[in-house]
Design a protein around this ligand. Structure first.
Ligand code: PNS
Length: 162
């Protein structure tokens, strides 16, 4: 049984992330979506909120579970018995950073392979950052994130008063 790890910040999960998670769920017996605690970024949502939104969004997949990690991704993958890390590619611009990360992860642990999946073209311009900016500026995020995430974004923007 191959277990795949889909790591990310998921601040918040978008329909582009879900497209990749769905593709991974169709390819691997077991998929663990892992939210990075990520000390280098200052996320809009807490770790728990990001995990809750992901769990709700992934409820329809019966081979997908949600976890979180801190520290090195490859160490978490090894602890969780995941031999493949799945990352989504939207455009060529993603490739350089993703290649660097994949090769560094291989150097750290050659037993963990990285697989890149292409997002659906309708999501090629989508990112959590752009969704947050639209929400902050009062635009509609319908169709970009699940409805429950859109609602949380609206509440969060209201709460932060920005
Ligand atoms: O959604 P993101 O922000 O593109 O996800 C990036 C993430 C969290 C997958 C990446 O930053 C990561 O793996 N962080 C864990 C720390 C680590 O292992 N760093 C070495 C990899 S080069």
């Amino acid at each position: 049984m191959t277990r795949a790890l889909v790591p990310g910040s998921f601040d918040p999960v978008t329909n582009g992330h879900l497209d990749i998670i769905g593709r991974a769920a169709g390819m691997f017996e077991s998929v663990l979506v892992a939210v990075a605690r990520n000390s280098t970024k200052s996320p809009l949502f807490t770790l728990q909120e990001r995990m809750d939104m992901l769990s709700e969004a992934c409820a329809a997949f019966d081979n997908v579970e949600v976890g979180s990690f801190e520290g090195l991704l490859v160490e978490y993958a090894a602890r969780q018995g995941a031999s493949v890390v799945v990352r989504g590619l939207r455009a060529v611009s993603d490739f350089e950073y993703e290649l660097q990360m994949a090769l560094m992860n291989r150097r750290l642990n050659a037993a963990v392979e990285t697989a890149f999946l292409m997002t659906g073209t309708e999501y090629s311009y989508l990112s959590s950052s752009i969704v947050k900016e639209i929400a902050r500026l009062g635009g509609s995020v319908e169709g970009l994130v699940p409805d429950h995430v859109g609602e949380r974004l609206r509440q969060q923007v209201e709460r932060s008063g920005s």
